[in-house]
Design a protein around this ligand. Structure first.
Ligand SMILES: NC(=O)c1ccc[n+]([C@@H]2O[C@H](COP(=O)([O-])OP(=O)(O)OC[C@H]3O[C@@H](n4cnc5c(N)ncnc54)[C@H](OP(=O)(O)O)[C@@H]3O)[C@@H](O)[C@H]2O)c1
Length: 430
């Protein structure tokens, strides 16, 4: 690459992330030039309304017309930081079709249209990079794409939603109820006014779809990821879990079973000495298991304007670097379509709290119902008395279909007073 080559970027969006990318390009220009031999600058910035006054960048940089960016032959990289699927999909498609490289932080777009966009980039011999779409500042996509080529990955566990991790940490730390911890998260800026997509696990599901696609080179989309949120996790469960040496996290789990893939998001309990158990507050972490790497954990801030901008910058630099070595490590991101492994056939360990009548023979009746389904109890604690009697149980690993059938039956026993809500326990394999 000639020294001091000029590279021009078209920035789509100048919000929390876009404005910080602009700022980073100014602040780190010297370092970036040293590392890449190129002078990288923003030529145009697309916004919805140019009339809104903005700080940090000259007013004549802003435009409301995407065509100005698309048709500018000097702009070789488009950084999509507007979010959502429309018009982001149209813009990214048009940019790739015209041969421009695309960098995006957009998990919605990639978890729904990623496979199509990867293929398009390949066909047009250009690149799409998306480090910032999962786990903010943590360079997990780069690690999966470049450092794990020979890792023979088997499973990925992710704490990929900072809002839910903050809420569960607050509930465990203070004993707060879910709705109070959520209110605190909103007050401190860790949760949005409408937190539905975070709380329901859907945001984490989008990120796990992207991670699983990249790690296992296969098509996994948002609709392939079953998710359960944290709205039913009670502070009582967290207190009992602590007594059992367990801690709660909203986990994304992507695993290969007999060359089939299973990807899900659910609240899970982890042994307190599991590396993921100590990831607290709004932090994110991704835990990788593979034949040749044993275990590797990456952790760090999962969001934030500057943190996310730093991931966008690392993609921009990779795009520029690749010009010097075209094709190197540019194998297709998701080149196959593995079958999905059914949720029902997964073998898991469960925790269960049952509200029961306080009378003789209750435990025996419940244990025998589980026994009929070959579900075996590993440990049981009896809590409370009278109207508030409870059994807190942990089970040996069991096929999920058998377990679900057994709790449906247990839930119908006269001595059981409320619907059983089991929580999976991860990292408890025997
Ligand atoms: N914020 C984070 O911490 C974070 C973390 C990880 C990933 N991300 C991802 O990063 C992306 C950007 O997020 P953000 O927080 O920076 O969003 P944001 O603050 O809402 O900014 C969005 C920007 O896009 C512009 N925009 C929106 N729709 C547009 C349209 N139809 N045409 C032209 N411009 C449009 C807006 O223009 P106006 O200024 O005119 O309104 C604004 O400048 C999203 O994909 C998000 O999921 C964000």
């Amino acid at each position: 690459m000639p020294v001091n080559e000029k590279i021009f970027i078209g920035l789509l969006g100048y919000g929390t992330v876009g404005s910080n990318v602009y700022q980073l390009l100014q602040d780190q220009a010297g370092e970036i030039e040293k590392a890449t031999g190129a002078v990288i600058s923003v030529k145009r910035v697309l916004v919805k309304d140019v009339a809104i006054p903005r700080t940090g960048a000259p007013a004549d940089l802003f435009t409301e017309d995407f065509e100005e960016i698309l048709n500018d032959p000097e702009i070789s990289i488009v950084a999509e930081l507007i979010g959502g699927t429309e018009p982001a999909f149209d813009y990214v498609t048009a940019a790739l079709t015209s041969g421009k490289a695309v960098v995006t932080a957009n998990k919605q777009l990639l978890s729904q249209q990623g496979f199509y966009l990867f293929r398009l980039a390949e066909e047009k011999k250009t690149q799409i990079r998306f480090e910032a779409s999962v786990a903010g500042a943590i360079p997990v996509i780069k690690v999966l794409r470049e450092s794990m080529v020979a890792a023979d990955l088997k499973s990925i566990y992710g704490i990929v939603n900072g809002t839910t991790n903050f809420i569960l940490t607050e509930m465990s730390r203070t004993g707060a109820k879910f709705k109070d911890a959520l209110a605190r998260a909103q007050e401190w800026g860790y949760a949005e006014a409408d937190p539905t997509s975070d709380i329901s696990g859907k945001d984490a599901a989008a990120k796990m779809a992207i991670l699983a696609s990249i790690a296992f080179h296969t098509r996994v989309e948002l609709e392939d990821v079953a998710c359960a949120g944290i709205e039913h996790v009670s502070s009582l469960d967290l207190a009992y879990a602590r007594e059992l040496g367990l801690t709660a996290k909203l986990l994304g789990v992507a695993k290969l079973y007999k060359n089939k893939i299973n990807v899900r998001v659910y609240p899970a309990l982890l042994k307190q000495d599991h590396p993921l158990a100590s990831v607290n507050g709004a932090y994110n972490a991704v835990f990788l298991e593979g034949t040749t790497i044993d275990e590797i954990m990456l952790s760090g801030p999962g969001a934030g304007g500057m943190e996310t901008a730093s991931a966008v910058m690392s993609d921009i630099i990779s795009v520029v670097a690749r010009r010097a070595a075209p094709g190197f490590l540019e194998y297709p991101a998701a080149y196959r379509e593995l079958e999905f492994f059914p949720d029902d056939e997964v073998v898991s360990t469960f925790y269960l709290r049952l509200e029961v009548e306080d009378e003789p023979g209750v435990l025996a009746a419940i244990a025998s119902t589980f026994g009929e389904h070959r579900v075996s109890i590993q440990s049981v604690l009896q809590k409370g008395r009278g109207a508030h009697a409870e059994l807190v149980m942990v089970f040996h690993p069991v096929n999920e279909a058998s377990f679900n059938a057994s709790i449906e039956k247990v839930g119908k026993l006269d001595v059981v007073k409320s619907a059983p809500r089991p929580i999976r326990v991860e990292g408890n394999e025997e």
